[in-house]
Design a protein around this ligand. Sequence first.
Ligand SMILES: [Zn+2]
Length: 256
Amino acid sequence: MDETSYDEGAAEEMRAGVGREFDLAPGWGSVKLLANNVPILSPTAEFTLTSYPDSLQRLVDSLQALPGIGIRTAERLAFHLIKLSDDEALQLARAIHDVKQNLTHCSICFNFTEKDPCPVCTDPQRDKGIVCVVEQPKDLMAFEKAGAFKGVYHCLLGHLAPLEGIGPENLTVEALLKRAAKGGVREIVLATNPDLEGEGTAVYLRDQLAEVAAAKGIRVTRIARGVPAGAEIEHVSGAILADALNGRQSFDGSKP
Ligand SMILES: [Zn+2]
């Protein structure tokens, strides 16, 4: 087929389709084929779709309620889920259900666990004398993945944020103080995030722990801050450089 006859054929096909009106399912109106081959809802359609069918709309709404998920991502995820096999879809639904049914907080460290106390708190190899205080279970997991800490943890389950109405009573501060007073703890490492809320929380905890720390001989420490490994000095902010200088160490790791 040469180029001319191909074009003629395509044009012929278009002409045949243009202006034709197709009825949709009952109650859905009709579509009209325009010259550019794009079907549009005819102006005489009885209604236009403003939302998805109920079950799909509920799924989109539920996904959109998740943190960091906007409407576009929610729709993309929903359309992906529709394509899953029944088995795959049930597996996902069951995973969400099981997590709600089986997961609880460890009564000692407040990490997520299926068995209370959690495997870290019951591990005889762990040094129960050093307690690393983190904001969230995911921070605990980050330390575990690094594999560098052999003590135990305490999850605050958040940080102080007075403007959002999150005070000490919304965190596990009371339980941490009781844990320190119980004895057997030599050091409490404050490993809250090095941001505004995390720093504020660390300072608050230091003050709250001061009395029991003095009475029980507990050292309260803060994780070091400074230039991250792999970073270039020229690209690091002034505040971080100041932190790095204040927290400098001798080559053998001791403080100057
Ligand atoms: Zn635990």
